[in-house]
Design a protein around this ligand. Structure first.
Ligand code: HEM
Length: 717
């Protein structure tokens, strides 16, 4: 494409260049004068063609004038955008002059790097939400070229943070670009031509955005590693077959969905670190190296997007429920997410809910100890009991979630746990298991047809919603009665009444949105923690030396903390490593997806903005290029020595089980603390062992889980 563009522009640029500057004409006449040896004798150019040249010269002067105006408009708009940003930030009144500059630019102002830097950081904050300034993250423009200096550029961005995808499709004469090497502005139609999404033709016939002189190559990718080969087209990315429907049929026939993680690992081994895959209507680019993943996340934009779980969205739409952060996108998502972050992710919130999680973890261990005492067999050193702990772990996760979200215990550790809670756990399991096959079918059609798969899925969601609804209604009643009594969110002064109580008390989210988000947190908070806990117990059981090492640290930290759970966790970094290591080998979600807002280059392939790119966590965690001895279970590897650059580079982009950046898992802090606390109390009370040291076989049902839940022996210490 770039060659075509260059070819089609080259002739007219040359012609124009001579017309505007007159250089060629002057040279021709000088040469003729020299030939004739006329020296001081003045001669006129021949009359033939003179009128044409004059006319062309005037036309080009006119074009130059227009271009100057375009540049001035861009300059004014840039400055106006910056002033407008600071006025908004400091809540000053608007300037009509700036507003008119901005409206002349139709609100789409490409800021040069220096100005963009002034008003926003280049990379998103890694943790804990983001600030107003990050509204300008990722702005990266190519105005440095104006001075003739070639700089790296990317697809221009507008001030609203979205990629400037819609370059004006006005046909522009190349003469417009005379003298402004590399310019690519989005202020005036004349300055930039849309050829294909995210690309724009620049003056000298180069194509910014296609990477010829544009997009930043992935750090550590072949281009930078010295391959020096030309950029390759998107279509050249190795793929698993071009027919999405044929692939889908194969997947179904061979039951590959269940082993999607293994399929990914095999495909990377065969095709290399990047490949494309089409399944039904979905098409993705799959990557695994941290350096490539970092490139992807750097282009995620202000409102990062994941692949939509359409069956979930269809359930909300057909039942007329609002969507929570999991299913929302854009500014709506961001507004809800910032409010949730305050109650779920920020340090003060964690301090509030940590004791609640600790209480449930201790109860779990007490109940287990009673069971070992009653049912366990005698051993040399005490009592031991071998069980499949998964049902207890699911109950633990639900009890912990309810305690944190609603501030209420639902009594799952009692001798007769309620039928309703058991039903909830089955419903979450059903909902997760029916999601993957529905992802590749049109859910609305299935809904209309009343297909059994859809009915099972929707019914599971209905049970999840009604479970949450009951608790929300109780919360509302509690709030009303305490408000009537002149109190706060339903508790006495200083009492934490759960995240629900906090959200209601603040009153910033409507009740409908609170319902939507709390239900999502409930649905997302049970299996996601119960399943990695099974893996962690199994790995501790089959690695007794590792188990002992962690226990020694935990015991010391617990003794020092004097019963303060927060202090104990801080004093035992191996617990954190244990959770990270478990999720490295068994990531709950096997991929994290993003749609880059600008064109990027990964492994020297051009990837247009808007492509669905997945970081494949399962193959990443087991890759020899990224981790030393990847098959070794070693929580200590996340300490100082290996937390930085691994063999595959990419720094922090090796531990991504919770996703990344502003869109990372909102339940992360709950999950991490919940898992660490339970493992801490288990290690303080029991020695764990397993009868086989075989690797666990796994299956994928939207989350990665053991094919068969492992049996663990709990022995008293
Ligand atoms: C080990 C446990 C967990 C893991 C590994 C995990 C993983 C993830 C991942 C990978 C994402 C997508 C992040 C991204 O796109 O960058 C995510 C999103 C999410 N998770 Fe979790 N999660 C866990 C536990 C939880 C818990 C306990 C809750 C609820 C209390 C929860 C609620 C959510 C929600 C609501 C989102 C959507 C956030 C958004 O789009 O803004 N997760 N999780």
């Amino acid at each position: 494409m770039d060659t075509m563009v260059k070819q089609s522009l080259a002739v007219s640029i040359k012609k124009l260049s001579s017309c505007v500057t007159g250089v060629k004409e002057r040279e021709v006449w000088a040469r003729r004068r020299a030939k004739r040896g006329t020296g001081g004798v003045k001669s006129s150019p021949p009359r033939t063609g003179q009128t044409t040249v004059t006319h062309s010269y005037q036309t080009d002067l006119e074009k130059e004038r227009k271009l100057r105006e375009a540049l001035n408009a861009q300059k004014h708009a840039e400055r106006a955008a910056m002033r407008d940003h600071f006025r908004k930030k400091y809540q000053l009144s608007k300037s009509s002059k700036d507003t008119s500059h901005l409206s002349a630019a139709q609100g789409k102002v490409a800021l040069p790097r220096q100005l963009a830097k002034l008003i926003g950081p280049e990379t998103p904050a890694k943790d804990d939400g983001y600030s107003l300034l990050s509204a300008f993250q990722g702005l990266n423009f190519n105005m440095g070229m104006l001075g003739g200096k070639q700089t790296k550029s990317s697809t221009p961005m507008s001030v609203n943070g979205e990629a400037c995808k819609t370059m004006w499709s006005v046909s522009v004469s190349p003469s417009m670009f005379q003298g402004i090497q590399g310019m690519c502005v989005s202020v005036r139609p004349a300055a930039c031509v849309r050829i294909q999404r995210g690309m724009c033709v620049c003056p000298a016939g180069t194509v910014a955005g296609l990477g010829v002189e544009g997009v930043t190559p992935a750090r550590g990718g072949p281009a930078e590693r010295g391959g020096g080969r030309g950029l390759r087209r998107f279509e050249e990315i190795p793929h698993t077959g071009s027919s999405g429907w044929l692939n889908l049929v194969m997947f179904w026939r061979e039951d590959r969905f269940k082993l999607l993680h293994k399929h990914m690992e095999r495909t990377f081994n065969t095709l290399g670190p990047i490949y494309r895959e089409r399944l039904g209507t979905q098409s993705t680019v799959n990557i695994l190296l941290p350096s490539d993943i970092s490139e992807l996340f750097r282009s995620e934009g202000l409102h990062p997007r994941r692949m939509t779980l359409q069956p979930w969205a269809t359930h909300r739409e057909t039942r007329q429920h609002s969507k929570g952060v999991f299913l929302k996108n854009g500014a709506e998502w961001r507004a809800d997410r910032l409010l949730l972050n305050r109650e779920v992710m920020m340090a003060p919130a964690v301090r509030r809910f940590l004791p609640l999680l600790d209480e449930v973890a201790r109860d779990f261990c007490r109940q287990l100890a009673t069971r070992v005492e009653k049912e366990g067999g005698k051993e040399e050193r005490g009592l031991s009991l071998t069980i499949d702990p998964s049902p207890d772990l699911f109950r633990f996760a639900l009890e912990a979630s309810c305690h944190v979200l609603y501030g209420e215990r639902i009594g799952l550790f009692s001798t007769s746990p309620s039928q309703e809670s058991q039903k909830f756990i089955f419903a979450v399991e059903r909902m997760l298991a029916t999601t993957p096959p529905l992802l590749y079918l049109p859910p609305r059609l299935l809904w209309r047809l009343g297909a059994p798969l859809w009915t099972q899925h929707a019914t599971a969601w209905d049970i999840i919603f009604s479970h949450a609804e009951k608790r929300i209604q109780r919360g509302v009643q509690r709030l009303r009665s305490t408000q009537a009594a002149g109190g706060g969110s339903g508790g006495t002064e200083g009492e934490f009444t759960g995240i629900l109580g906090q959200l209601m008390d603040k009153g910033q989210l409507s009740l409908e949105l609170i319902r939507a988000n709390i239900t999502e947190l409930m649905a997302g908070g049970v299996d996601t923690t119960a399943v990695p806990l099974q893996f962690a117990l199994y790995e501790l059981g089959r690695n007794p030396a590792v188990q002992e090492q962690v226990r020694v640290q935990v015991k010391a930290a617990w003794a020092r903390a004097g019963g303060d759970a927060h202090k104990a966790l801080q004093g035992a970094p191996l617990l954190k490593g244990l959770v990270k290591e478990t999720l490295r080998l068994y990531p709950v979600g096997i991929t994290v997806q993003r749609y880059p807002v600008r064109d990027i280059i990964i492994q020297n392939y051009h990837i247009p903005a808007g492509t669905c790119v997945q970081a494949c966590l399962y193959p990443l965690g087991r890759s020899r290029d990224v981790f030393q001895d990847p098959e070794r279970f070693d929580p200590g590897r996340w300490g100082t020595q290996e937390s930085g650059e691994g063999p595959g580079g990419g720094g922090g982009f090796r531990s991504l089980a919770f996703g990344f950046g502003a869109r990372q898992c909102v339940g992360r802090r709950i999950a991490e603390n919940e898992m660490q606390l339970l493992l801490m109390h288990i290690l303080l009370s029991f020695r764990l062992s397993v009868s086989s040291s075989e690797e666990l076989s796994t299956k994928y049902t939207l989350i990665l889980q053991p094919e068969t839940p492992p049996r663990i022996t709990f022995s008293t210490l």
